[in-house]
Design a protein around this ligand. Structure first.
Ligand code: NAI
Length: 318
């Protein structure tokens, strides 16, 4: 149901590759809520993905840009301003990629050329984008810029490789450029730290479906999916969050606030009033614990959809 909370607002959405993409859901939601948008992705993503369908559905121009190229970002900003007839109000940066993870290189044996690429695509691109928007004074006062991050950017985690360092840098750029954008332009800059989500990028991490299951069990209200993230992004684009800036905002069902918790399952629900505080964390630590044994139907569905959508997606990253 639409509440028209983005009525009259205009913005650019990066990173819609296919229907699973968080950016895809965000684009659809923004238009539903009354916004006009411009879509962008790399030439390769336009060729290999289905973003053209989204552009049609949203009645939005599609302007190719590699987010690591300042020239492309300048061209994109100019064309978007031309299309909108002036400044715009929001931007979503939903861009990430690690060649090391894609090629299965562990954190203890990274290729440093790849590492630079990871940082350039997944973090520096956000600085390049903000600097371009700043120099061109392209965003209206009260505007909102959002990038997507993951908890491995602020907590140690095995398996996320050099993307963890890229996300830490992305969050740092958000604070430092956010300070300037806020003081000088009254524009907000935030990151949303999203639950593991079944997308092309997400499905590339080794053990992704097991992680989805685990975090869904641990999070008090379960994982946030791509639609949940789109709702949060829409809220951050809207005037309802006009004083929220320079923040890393968790959209993860409470996962990030937990130190130790019980695994949720049917038995816990049954014993809840009788045995408050009974903690099954030992089970998590127990050798041989397998999330499969605790799989819930909702999560099984999300993991299965991910596998069905990307049967040969190889190792990518979220
Ligand atoms: P996705 O694979 O649908 O989106 C990633 C996008 O990045 C693709 O559209 C791709 O074409 C684009 N991209 C890659 N290199 C680019 C470049 N040089 N220039 C411009 N665009 C480029 O996957 P998803 O999950 O929707 O990813 C969006 C964002 O959400 C990423 O920043 C990701 O790290 C973040 N995120 C994803 C999570 C997940 O579990 N899927 C969890 C937390 C954050």
């Amino acid at each position: 149901m639409s509440h028209n909370i983005l009525k009259g607002k205009k913005g650019i959405i990066f990173g819609a590759l296919n229907e699973q993409s968080i950016a895809w859901k965000a684009a659809v939601k923004a238009v539903e809520e009354g916004a006009e948008i411009v879509l962008t992705n790399t030439a390769m993503a336009v060729r290999l993905g289905t973003i053209k369908e989204l552009a049609q559905q949203c009645n939005a121009p599609l302007i190719e840009a590699d987010a690591t190229s300042v020239a492309d970002l300048e061209n994109l900003t100019d064309k978007a301003m031309e299309h909108f007839g002036g400044k715009f109000d929001f931007v979503l940066h939903a861009v990430g990629m690690s060649p090391n993870i894609r090629k299965g290189k562990p954190y203890t044996d990274v290729n440093y050329d790849f590492f630079f690429k990871t940082l350039d695509i997944s973090a520096l691109s956000f600085h390049k984008l903000l600097q371009t928007l700043y120099k061109k004074d392209a965003v209206n006062e009260g505007g909102s810029i959002v990038a997507l991050t993951y908890i491995a950017g602020d907590r140690a985690m095995l398996g996320y490789g050099d993307m963890a360092d890229a996300k830490a840098m992305l969050q740092s750029v958000t604070r430092n450029f956010g300070l300037i954008m806020g003081r000088e332009r009254k524009v907000r800059v935030n990151t949303i730290s999203q639950s593991p989500t079944a997308t092309t990028a997400g499905s590339g991490i080794a053990g992704m479906s097991r992680m989805l299951e685990f975090t869904d069990k641990i999070s008090p209200i379960g994982n946030a999916d791509a639609e949940d993230c789109a709702d949060y992004i829409t809220m951050l684009f809207s005037d309802y969050t006009r004083k929220v800036t320079m923040q890393n905002l968790y959209n993860d069902g409470g996962f990030s606030a937990i130190f130790l918790s019980a695994l949720k399952n049917k038995q816990d629900e049954h014993t809840a009033g009788k045995n408050q505080g009974s903690c099954r964390a030992q089970e998590f630590g127990k050798a041989g614990w397998r999330p499969e044994a605790h799989r819930g139907p909702a999560l099984q569905g999300q993991a299965d959809r991910s596998r069905a959508a990307h049967p040969a997606s190889g190792r990518r990253q979220f």
